[in-house]
Each structure stands twice: as structure tokens, then as C-alpha cells.
Design a protein around this ligand. Structure first.
Ligand code: 2RA
Length: 329
């Protein structure tokens, strides 16, 4: 299968190449796509060099599928052109996520919604993906009324420039800034721009995308998203209010049985999910599972995942795997 990766030289794009290789996706030809300044450069995929091409050339090479991680404006411009050429697009930007004609997919939750007619498929925001993987089995069993989430997000969610800023600050050297504030030894309670309602775009992504993926407007979500100086992944403190009571042992077994989830929860022995352990893994790790004693039918838990993998590259590749198994590519 011919696979185009649009944004192949970026942090998520290169992770997509790694995941495609690791999961042995049936790639017969890789088409790395990037902006004009990167055309002609080489990327190595499964030990073989491939020359970076521009989007026009990529379309002419007729890939079966194009996985985009090149920003919203590039997706808005090029995804329709790829789709018009009969190429299925899986897009990691926010450009298409809330478009009512486009599917927003976490395979373990709603791959069943996909059809062969879906030619532009949206990959959800990383912080949404790891949360809905946990919410879905609990919603099915107990009916979720409200979710309160606070996130602790890795600088890798911003990109290379943010990682460089953190490392430079740690070394005490100057350099390009991804953030208006110092990030080392600090936390920044702002991810993306502020909106009129006082939330940030990142927070409203979690609010709206969760409802779309779970397909239930009755699930009310409020979020506070925070940038912290870590590398391995995003962490989330989640408080969930259910319509009915739950049994804690049953919650654990439901989560342990859910696809893509790993329950890591033995606080007495210092065992709980942490970004350093989630780094470069595809699973979503959940722990600190406990009843909220301040309110009936309410649960607290802690979720950690590598935002570049299940939060982006792996989820996109899993969508491609689903479509490939259906022979829709
Ligand atoms: C972030 N979720 O962490 C956003 C985009 N990757 O910055």
C-alpha cells in the first residue's frame, strides 16, 4: 500500500513513520511530504531512504492513504485535494474535527461509525483521546453526567521549539521561545489562545470533541489544560459523576478489560501512571482510581499517555489499520 505522511519531518510526522514501521503497517511505498523548504531531503523508513516531495507531487503518486500532521491551514488547503483524487485522508490537525460531515475517531470507541465514503477522517486532540478511552467503558455501564478534567501536558505537545526552550532553560542558555513564559520549574495554565468564555481553545477541544466522539450531548465536560515541563506524555486528573452508583472493584475490572487501557494502580507501593513510564508506549495508563467522598456516584482517577503516540501517531495509524482491514483503502 502506498502511504503518504504529510508533515513527515515534524515531531508527530516522524513518530508516525516510527509507528507505521513498528506496527508493520503494509506499506509498499512511503511518500514523505513536507513544505518546499524540505523537498529533496531524505527520511529513512524501515532502513530505506525516501525523498521528501511536495503535496502536488504526492497526489500524482496516487497513495492509498495520506496521514496528515502538518497544521490546520495545510489540512484545510490540501486534504480536500487529496480526497478529490480518491485518497483517504486521516488528519491530525483540528481543522476538520468539529465539521459535522467528518468523523472524529478513536478506534476503540467509535471506529464503527466509519464508512468507505469517509475520505477525510479527523484524529482527535491528544488530551481528548486518552480521556475518552477511559470514559467510554464507564459511560456504557454507569452513564456519565459530568466530567471535570485538569491536564498536565508535556511540552512535546507544542513541538520541537518548546522542547528546545525547556532544555535550554534547564542548561541556562538562551534560545528560541515557544512560550511567552519560562517553562522550566514552572507551569503555564494556558494551552493555545483564550476564547471569549475564558476557556482556552485546548480546553474547549476537550469539551466538544469528547461529546462528539462519545455521541452523547448529555455528557457535560469542563476542562483546565496546563503546560508542564515534562517530556514523556500528558497526564490528566479526572473527576467523573455518574447517573448511578458504581462498585469500585467493578470499575477496575471494566477498565482493565477495555482495549488500549492498562490499569496501573497500587498507590501503597508507589505504583501509578507517570509520563516517564508512558513514554513511547501506545497504551493509556489509568490509576489513582478512588471514590470521590465529597459527592455521591462520583469517581476520581488519573490518566497518562504518550501524546505523540496514542495521542496522535498511533491513533491515526490505528484508524488506517481499521480501514485497511475493511479493504477500504
Ligand atoms: C498540545 N494537545 O498538547 C495540544 C496539541 N498537540 O499542545
Amino acid at each position: 500500500m502506498k502511504v503518504a505522511v504529510v508533515g513527515a519531518t515534524g515531531l508527530v510526522g516522524s513518530k508516525m513513520l516510527q509507528v507505521l514501521a513498528e506496527r508493520d503497517f503494509p506499506v509498499t511505498e512511503l511518500i514523505p511530504v513536507a513544505s518546499e523548504k524540505s523537498v529533496g531531503k531524505e527520511v529513512v523508513f524501515k532502513g530505506k531512504p525516501y525523498k521528501v516531495v511536495n503535496a502536488d507531487t504526492a497526489i500524482s503518486m496516487k497513495p492509498n492513504v495520506a496521514i496528515f500532521s502538518a497544521g490546520g491551514s495545510t489540512s484545510l488547503e490540501w486534504a480536500p485535494k487529496f480526497a478529490a483524487a480518491g485518497i483517504t485522508v486521516i488528519d491530525n490537525s483540528s481543522a476538520w474535527r468539529m465539521d459535522p460531515t467528518k468523523k472524529l475517531v478513536v478506534p476503540e470507541v467509535n471506529a464503527h461509525a466509519l464508512t468507505p465514503e469517509d475520505k477525510i477522517i479527523a484524529n482527535p486532540n491528544c488530551s481528548t483521546i486518552q480521556m475518552v478511552l477511559v470514559l467510554e467503558p464507564l459511560h456504557k455501564k454507569y452513564g456519565i453526567q459530568r466530567v471535570v478534567v485538569s491536564t498536565y501536558q508535556s511540552v512535546t505537545g507544542t513541538g520541537v521549539k518548546a522542547v528546545d526552550q525547556l532544555m535550554n532553560e534547564r542548561k541556562g542558555v538562551d534560545g528560541p521561545k515557544a512560550y511567552a513564559h519560562q517553562i522550566d520549574l514552572n507551569v503555564i495554565p494556558q494551552i493555545d489562545v483564550f476564547l471569549d468564555n475564558g476557556y482556552t481553545k485546548e480546553e474547549m477541544k476537550m469539551v466538544k470533541e469528547t461529546v462528539k466522539i462519545m455521541g452523547d450531548e448529555n455528557v457535560k465536560v469542563t476542562a483546565t489544560t496546563v503546560r508542564i515541563p515534562v517530556m514523556g506524555g500528558h497526564s490528566e486528573s479526572v473527576n467523573i459523576q455518574f447517573a448511578k452508583d458504581f462498585d469500585l472493584a467493578e470499575v477496575r475490572s471494566l477498565l482493565a478489560a477495555a482495549p488500549g487501557l492498562v490499569v496501573t494502580d497500587d498507590p501503597a507501593n508507589g505504583i501509578y501512571p507517570m509520563p516517564k513510564d508512558a513514554h513511547d508506549k501506545d497504551d493509556v495508563f489509568v490509576g489513582r482510581i478512588r471514590r470521590d467522598e465529597s459527592q455521591a456516584n462520583t469517581l476520581n482517577l488519573w490518566i497518562v499517555a504518550d501524546n505523540l503516540r496514542k495521542g496522535a501517531a498511533t491513533n491515526a495509524v490505528q484508524i488506517a489499520e481499521y480501514l485497511s482491514k475493511k479493504n477500504w483503502l
